[in-house]
Write a protein that binds this ligand. Structure first.
Ligand SMILES: Nc1ncnc2c1ncn2[C@@H]1O[C@H](COP(=O)(O)OP(=O)(O)OP(=O)(O)O)[C@@H](O)[C@H]1O
Ligand SMILES: [Mg+2]
Length: 249
């Protein structure tokens, strides 16, 4: 599904990603771990096409198609979803209305008609129930005054509604408590299928007890320096990143 070949990316002439290779197949969950500043969020920005970063080398393929010339919107319409480490607030736009607009824009890009209101409502109801989200929440202004956990819940709701092919969840530093961890985990587990894939960026070994990854990658100084199964996350927790540093040098 996703194939990243030797990606190098810079911001303001500073190289941040220094040759990343990653292959994610349908049905898989990949976790990316690594110290602060390693380039994890940069990698997700580059996959989704954030123009703040300049890709200087390499390619990103989604189902055999090179994404490099596509805008973030076009990538989203191809089924790439990114949750933000720091989501924006949109006062006056409710969670539901934001979602309706997002879905209809995506349909438009695919040459489809707007989703009929009744179908939309049914879908909202179904996904809200699946994720245990109450009605009041759906009518609140997007992210305005949301707690960290509520932001996460909203993100997972967006993901459930959009049903992306590839979801990239950047959980770093968002101060998830145990409940928020469970929200993210339950949501991801319920939405996982053999046709989609998830890339989960996290500092929490604990999250990976709930969402069991097929692969764990360690990103360190702009490179994936180690790949393993879920036990790698445990090993990291036990030994810390110094262990990686020493094994890299
Ligand atoms: N817009 C930017 N301008 C300048 N430097 C940037 C920008 N975005 C990222 N960087 C730098 O790139 C490096 C990697 O940042 P990135 O956010 O990808 O790290 P991260 O692995 O996600 O870290 P964390 O675990 O803290 O979220 C950092 O040194 C950061 O300061
Ligand atoms: Mg980050």
């Amino acid at each position: 599904m996703l194939k990243i070949n030797n990606i190098h990316a810079s911001v303001e002439d500073k190289e941040i990603l220094k040759g990343i290779n990653l292959e994610v197949k349908a049905g898989e969950v990949h976790a990316i771990m690594g110290p602060n500043g390693a380039g994890k969020s940069t990698l997700s920005s580059v996959i989704t096409g954030n123009e703040a970063f300049e890709v200087t080398q390499g390619e990103i393929m989604l189902d055999g198609e090179d994404l490099s010339e596509l805008s973030p919107e076009e990538r989203a319409h191809k089924g790439v979803f990114l949750s933000f480490q720091y989501p924006v607030e949109i006062p006056g736009v409710s969670v539901t209305n934001f979602m309706k607009t997002a879905i209809n824009e995506s349909r438009k890009a695919q040459g489809l008609e707007e989703m009929p209101a009744s179908e939309m409502l049914k879908k909202i109801k179904e996904k809200a129930e699946l994720l245990d989200i109450d009605r009041k929440f759906l009518s609140r202004s997007l992210n305005e005054g949301f707690s960290g956990g509520e932001k996460k819940r909203n993100e997972i709701f967006q993901m459930a509604m959009l049903e992306p092919k590839l979801a990239i969840l950047d959980e770093t530093d968002s101060g998830l408590d145990i409940d928020a961890l469970r929200i993210v985990a339950n949501g991801v587990n319920k939405l996982k299928s053999k046709d989609n894939a998830v890339v989960l960026i996290t500092h929490y070994q604990r999250l990976l007890e709930y969402i069991v990854p097929d692969f764990v990658h360690v990103l360190y100084d702009g490179k994936i320096v180690k790949t393993g199964g879920k036990e790698l996350a445990l090993e990291l927790e036990e030994k810390g990143y110094d262990w990686i540093k020493n094994s890299v040098k």
